[in-house]
Design a protein. Structure first.
Length: 104
């Protein structure tokens, strides 16, 4: 992503320096030092999702940024694949969905 989209890459690089206790999903924007414009860019790029006032990162980005999961968090959100992953291997995505019907 850093090579494909330089502004998103810069945001990612800046988040890697955050303390471990902050790099966990879900998170509040203030805790990871994101401005509203940065948030819109990440959401438009598919690298950030909002549920109520908490934010989530798809697993592929979460691992790259070394973000963990807060205890008790809905980890099924973190395992949602990116649209790119679904497009590249749709049969694999749907096979996993059939085994995990609780993911909607």
């Amino acid at each position: 992503m850093e090579l494909e989209n330089a502004p998103v890459g810069k945001l990612f690089r800046d988040r890697r320096d955050l303390p471990d206790e902050v790099r966990k999903v879900p998170f509040a924007l203030e805790s990871v030092q994101l401005e509203p414009a940065d948030t819109r860019l990440l959401e438009a790029s598919g690298a950030l999702f909002r549920e109520n006032d908490r934010y989530w990162i798809p697993e592929i980005y979460r691992h790259g940024l070394k973000f963990g999961v807060s205890g008790g968090a809905g980890q099924e959100w973190c395992r949602l694949p990116s649209s790119f992953a679904i497009a590249m291997a749709p049969e694999r995505f749907w096979a996993v969905r059939e085994r995990a019907p609780g993911l909607s």
